[in-house]
Design a protein around this ligand. Structure first.
Ligand code: NIG
Ligand code: FE
Length: 412
């Protein structure tokens, strides 16, 4: 089936050749004014200025008038914890009263609270809740997503979460990637026996999930009070042996060594990066690992935002993601992530859009499939309400400017 999307005010993110963007390249966002896109079998088959549309018009082509919408590739959200059993707004109120994230975690709140709730919730209900969240995110323009386990913290709980993610993968029209985050926190019963839990991850969880082929990545929360850099490396190496690639929760609350550990292991990405020094920035910039910034998590925890400018100026490949989870980022709205990156981290609109689209796609190893207007890529597209220019999208924060979303060439 051929489709022509016509009368596009600005077609943004056009790229003849797809590649991961680093440093200055992040500011290159090609735009075609007054454009069209030709879609065949759910993929981008051509594009150009309206004046050159003639050769694409055939009798059996369906024409869709974009009516002056701006069109850009869907957001590629490469870091979420979309599967969870319950919200945690009571902890939010505690935090407003002055109790810190670390104190809440130490009292058995935080991740352990979510783990208790998750273990008590049937798989079908978890699936239904996560499915509803995913529908909401797709309407906000998310066209590919990574989802982590890590609220099970038991063999059965982790497998249950990963099975939910597999069901989302099977049912969703957008690509879904799964990360195993058994090393998200030490469960209470292993508080005095850290090695016992690490052994459980390595000898029980990893073999069980690889037997069912449930994960694409292994992730570890490398943080003071959670997993040390050495423990992170041991766990990641066990995952790598089982064929999983590495992602790390790095340098969120402290200089945990997570960035350097990720770089050493050839991680696909190191994520968070609120707390960075010159050594961590230099290590990331000199590597092929993507630095994924999660500004809404820093915002929600009232932490200084990630040093995006320093990372980009040092030449890093930076991506943006939502970190959607009930504890530190109860929003998966990538439009807000992009706005906040510009407003608070001084990313240019072009840099933020690239980081949330093409670099996000590469952070899920989907760079050949998504993230730009490139021939052969999936037609996962955002059509905005009429906006004067692209910079209006991050500028007008809080307005929902996503009018329609196309996934595989069909409107959802
Ligand atoms: O990415 N930092 C570790 N994990 C999550 C938060 C998890 C939670 O609080 O439930 C994050 O921010
Ligand atoms: Fe996270």
């Amino acid at each position: 089936m051929d489709r022509l999307l016509t009368n596009i005010h600005q077609l943004a993110g056009v790229r003849a050749e797809s590649k991961l963007l680093r440093g200055k390249e992040l500011a290159d966002l090609e735009i075609i004014n007054n454009a069209f896109v030709h879609i065949r079998d759910g993929r981008i088959a051509g594009y150009g200025e309206m004046s050159s549309i003639g050769r694409f018009e055939h009798e059996d082509t369906e024409t869709i008038d974009a009516k002056g919408a701006t069109v850009l590739p869907c957001w590629c959200d490469s870091h979420t914890h979309l599967v969870f059993a319950a919200s945690r707004e009571e902890e939010f109120v505690d935090k407003l009263k002055g109790i810190s994230y670390a104190e809440i975690a130490a009292k058995g709140g935080g991740i352990l609270n979510s783990a208790r709730r998750l273990n008590d919730t049937p798989e079908d209900l978890l699936f239904e809740q996560a499915w509803n969240r995913l529908q909401e995110l797709m309407k906000l323009g998310t066209g590919a997503i990574e989802i982590k386990s890590g609220y099970g913290l038991s063999v059965e709980g982790e497998l249950k979460m990963l099975r939910v993610i597999r069901r989302l993968k099977e049912k969703a029209p957008i690509p879904v990637k799964a990360s195993f985050l058994g090393a998200h926190a030490f469960p209470t019963e292993y508080k005095e026996d850290r090695q016992g839990y690490i052994d459980l991850i390595i000898h029980n969880m990893i073999p069980a999930l690889t037997a069912e082929n449930l994960a694409d990545y292994i992730d570890v929360f490398c943080e003071t009070g959670f997993f040390s850099a050495a423990e992170t490396e041991t766990i990641c190496r066990a995952g790598m042996k089982a064929g999983l690639k590495v992602k790390i929760h790095a340098n969120q609350l402290s200089l945990s060594g997570g960035v350097q550990t990720g770089v050493k292991l050839g991680a696909v990405s190191v994520d968070h990066l609120e707390t960075m020094d010159d050594a961590a920035i230099g290590s990331l910039a000199g590597s092929d690992t993507i630095g994924t910034l999660l500004p809404t998590a820093a915002f929600f925890l009232r932490m200084p935002l990630q040093p995006a400018r320093q990372l980009i100026d040092a030449g890093s490949a930076v991506a943006l993601a939502s970190d959607y989870n009930p504890g530190s980022s109860p929003s998966g709205n990538m439009n807000l992530v992009v706005s906040m990156s510009c407003i608070q981290m001084r990313m240019l609109p072009a840099e933020a859009i690239n980081a949330a689209t093409i670099n996000g796609a590469y952070a899920m190893e989907l760079g050949d499939e998504l993230g730009s207007i490139t021939i052969g890529k999936k037609a996962n597209l955002i059509l905005t309400k009429p906006v004067p220019s692209l910079a209006y999208l991050p500028y007008a924060f809080g307005s929902n400017l996503v009018d329609r979303v196309m996934i595989n060439g069909d409107f959802i």
